[in-house]
Design a protein around this ligand. Sequence first.
Ligand SMILES: [Zn+2]
Length: 108
Amino acid sequence: MTPKLWTESVARLRLLAPPPDGARVIVRLLNNVPDDALADCRRCPSGHYELRFPRPLVLNETSYSLVLLAHEWAHLFTLDEKEEHGPLFGIAYAQCWTILALDFDFPQ
Ligand SMILES: [Zn+2]
């Protein structure tokens, strides 16, 4: 993926799907995401959110990276839910994915 597409996708989610509490969202690309997770979303003690993604995957796997971005962004809306991937998460994920897919040309 071009860094531009990634940056534009993150900017689009920031604009159209800000977290409910309005806290800042930091998106990091790491060479290694800890805890064997493919990517993760967490609320930091200082009040902002941090989403972490594997840099090689973001640079090389466009559509998969955007699926992961929508997935982790959706967690911003459901971090306090008992069920990690329950119905509310599904709705948030669908909304995030719709925002990203508005004019995305899927690879053939
Ligand atoms: Zn998840």
